[in-house]
Design a protein around this ligand. Structure first.
Ligand code: 5GP
Ligand code: ZN
Length: 114
């Protein structure tokens, strides 16, 4: 999608610090990290949010979560614990309209989230 920041990152039009890539998925460091580990995981196909992911692409969601699990192990936060966040829509605080999971860890998380 032409004006999407994350599509530009996928196409290397905007630089990013990549931590994982395969045919369908990209993971990279968040530019404004909210925890010592803060990775964004995105599908290479553009969907504005979870609401736009169709049934026939549901495998992508599992692929993204399993990639997050692998990255958590690489970053050595798998045993201590980590949080995966999927903001959807205005009230959630979603700012970038390309569906993405946040993988957060390396510090104690609070609950409930703000
Ligand atoms: P949201 O609020 O939509 O769930 O999260 C968007 C995230 O994307 C934020 O954590 C923000 O720091 C991150 N972000 C926004 N623009 C860029 C960028 O150009 N590069 C990277 N690496 N992260 C970005
Ligand atoms: Zn996009």
């Amino acid at each position: 999608m032409k004006d999407c920041i994350f599509c530009k990152i996928i196409n290397n039009e905007i630089p990013s610090e990549k931590v994982y890539e395969d045919e369908n998925i990209l993971a990279f460091e968040d530019i404004n990290p909210k925890a010592p580990v803060h990775i964004l995981l995105i599908p290479k196909l553009h969907f504005a949010s979870l609401n736009e992911i169709p049934e026939d692409k549901k495998g992508l969601i599992g692929d993204l979560l399993l990639a997050a699990k692998k990255i958590a192990a690489q970053k050595k936060i798998d045993k201590k614990g980590y949080r995966i966040v999927l903001n959807t829509g205005k009230e959630s605080g979603q700012e970038v309209s390309h569906v993405h999971f946040h993988l957060l860890g390396g510090r104690r998380m609070t609950w409930p989230p703000g």
